[in-house]
Design a protein around this ligand. Structure first.
Ligand SMILES: [Zn+2]
Ligand SMILES: [Zn+2]
Length: 399
C-alpha cells in the first residue's frame, strides 16, 4: 500500500510527509508489512545496515560510528490500533477499522529522521542500534524480538524509548527514575454453580450471587492486604451472567485488570485474588476457575541512564521544558520487557492539548487511543534532535 502513494509523493527530506503516509496506511501488531518495508527502504537508502524479520515484522538498523565507544539501542514502535478513525483530514486512515491513535507513526518518523542524521554525520564512537518494534499494543512485540535474538545479535549497553504524551506541553520532555509505567495484567474468573428456577433458588447454587460477593471481596485486596504506600489498582471491567429474568443460570464470569509497579506486590495480589475467588465460590456451593495473565511488567527506568537522558533533554529543549521527576502513570508499555534485560530510560515528549489538530478532525479528545487523535508533527525535529544528541553523548562514553 505504501507503493500506492507513488514514489514522488514522499519528499525524502520531509519526515512529516512520511509520518502522514504511515498515518494513512496504519497496520496493526505483527502485520506491519508495508510499514517495515518503508522503514527498511529508507534506512538502506541512507547507507544503514538493515536486518528484517526480527520478531515477525521487526526491523533493526545498525549505524557504525568510530571504533571504540558504547552501543546504544533506540526503540520506536510501529503498530496501529483497531479503531475506526473519526478524523476527516487528508491523511486520515484509509485502512478501515485501523488507526494510528497512539502516535506510533510519529515515533517511527522521529527515529527515521534521527537515523538519517546519524548516518550522515557518524559523529560518534560505538554503535547505534535502531530498533523498530512490532506489536507494542498488548501484542508482546518486544518479547518476540527478544526471542528472535534481538540483544544477542545486536548487543546494547543501554536502551531508550520515547512516547508522545497528549496533555504535556508540545515539545516538553518528561521522565523519572524507577517505575514510570505500571505492569498490565488481565484476570478472568469463571464461576460454575447450579442453575434453577428463579422462584426456587434453594434448588440450585446461584453463580450470580457468588460473583457479586467475589467482586466486592476483590477490592479488599487493595484496601486490606496491600501496604498503603504501595501503588496498585484492581478494576473489574466485565461481569456476565444469565439470559432470562426468571432463570438462575449455571455460570457467571468476571474479568478485569490489575496494574502495579512491583512484582512483589503483584505476586501478593494474584495469590489473594485466587483464594478470595475460589473460596468465596466454594462458600456458596459454586466452583471458580481463576486465570491471571501477566501481559507486561512494570516499566522501570535505570537511574544512571535516566540521569543521562534528562541531561540530554535539557540540552535539546532547555531545563525549563524538562521534568525529570514526572509522576508515573498506571498505563503500561511493552518496552518494559526490554528494560528487564538492558538498563535504559523511557520518556515522554509532550503532544500538546490538540491545538495542532487540522480542520476536519473528529470531535473527540486528542488523547491517546481516541478516534480523534493525531500525532503532532512539530515533535519530529525535537524528538530527532534528542535521539541524535543522546546517541552521540551515550556512545562516546569510555567503556
Ligand atoms: Zn497505545
Ligand atoms: Zn503507544
Amino acid at each position: 500500500m505504501i507503493d500506492s502513494l507513488g514514489p514522488d509523493t514522499i519528499d525524502q527530506e520531509d519526515f512529516s510527509v512520511i509520518r502522514r503516509s504511515l498515518h494513512t496506511w496504519p497496520e496493526i501488531g505483527f502485520e506491519e508489512i508495508n510499514t517495515s518495508q518503508l522503514i527498511a527502504e529508507k534506512l538502506s537508502s541512507w547507507g544503514i545496515e538493515v536486518h528484517r524479520g526480527i520478531g515477525g515484522t521487526g526491523v533493526v538498523g545498525v549505524i557504525h560510528g568510530l571504533d571504540g565507544g558504547k552501543r546504544i539501542g533506540l526503540r520506536a514502535d510501529m503498530d496501529a490500533l483497531k479503531i475506526e478513525e473519526d478524523n476527516q483530514f487528508a491523511h486520515r486512515s484509509r485502512n478501515p477499522g485501523k488507526m494510528h491513535a497512539c502516535g506510533h507513526d510519529g515515533h517511527v518518523a522521529m527515529l527515521l529522521s534521527a537515523a538519517k542524521a546519524l548516518a550522515a554525520s557518524r559523529n560518534f564512537y560505538g554503535k547505534v542500534n535502531l530498533i523498530f518494534q512490532p506489536a507494542e499494543e498488548g501484542g508482546s512485540g518486544a518479547a518476540a524480538m527478544i526471542a528472535d535474538g534481538l540483544f544477542d545479535r545486536f548487543p546494547c549497553d543501554a536502551i531508550f524509548a520515547l512516547h508522545n504524551w497528549p496533555g504535556l506541553k508540545t515539545g516538553d520532555f518528561a521522565t523519572c527514575p524507577g517505575p514510570i509505567m505500571a505492569s498490565c495484567n488481565e484476570f478472568r474468573i469463571r464461576i460454575t454453580g447450579k442453575g434453577t428456577h428463579a422462584a426456587l433458588p434453594h434448588h440450585g447454587n446461584d453463580p450470580i450471587f457468588a460473583a457479586t460477593q467475589i467482586v466486592s471481596g476483590l477490592q479488599a485486596v487493595i484496601t486490606r492486604n496491600k501496604r498503603p504506600i504501595d501503588n496498585a489498582v484492581l478494576s473489574v471491567t466485565q461481569l456476565h451472567a444469565g439470559t432470562s429474568f426468571n432463570v438462575i443460570p449455571d455460570t457467571a464470569s468476571i474479568g478485569g485488570t490489575v496494574r502495579t509497579f512491583s512484582d512483589k506486590v503483584l505476586d501478593m495480589i494474584e495469590a489473594r485474588m485466587r483464594s478470595i475467588s475460589t473460596l468465596t465460590a466454594e462458600a456458596h456451593g459454586c466452583r471458580a476457575e481463576f486465570d491471571f495473565i501477566r501481559q507486561s511488567g512494570a516499566t522501570i527506568n535505570d537511574e544512571v541512564q535516566t540521569e543521562l537522558a534528562g541531561k540530554v533533554m535539557k540540552k535539546v529543549v532547555g531545563a525549563a521544558n524538562v521534568d525529570t521527576q514526572v509522576e508515573p502513570t498506571m498505563g503500561a508499555e511493552d518496552f518494559a520487557t526490554m528494560l528487564r534485560l538492558v538498563p535504559g530510560c523511557y520518556a515522554f515528549i509532550g503532544n500538546g492539548n490538540g491545538e495542532h489538530l487540522e480542520s476536519g478532525h473528529g470531535l473527540g479528545s486528542a488523547s491517546l487511543h481516541n478516534a480523534s487523535y493525531d500525532f503532532n508533527d512539530a515533535l519530529i525535529p525535537l524528538g530527532s534532535r534528542y535521539w541524535v544528541a543522546l546517541a552521540e553523548e551515550f556512545c562516546s562514553q569510555e567503556n
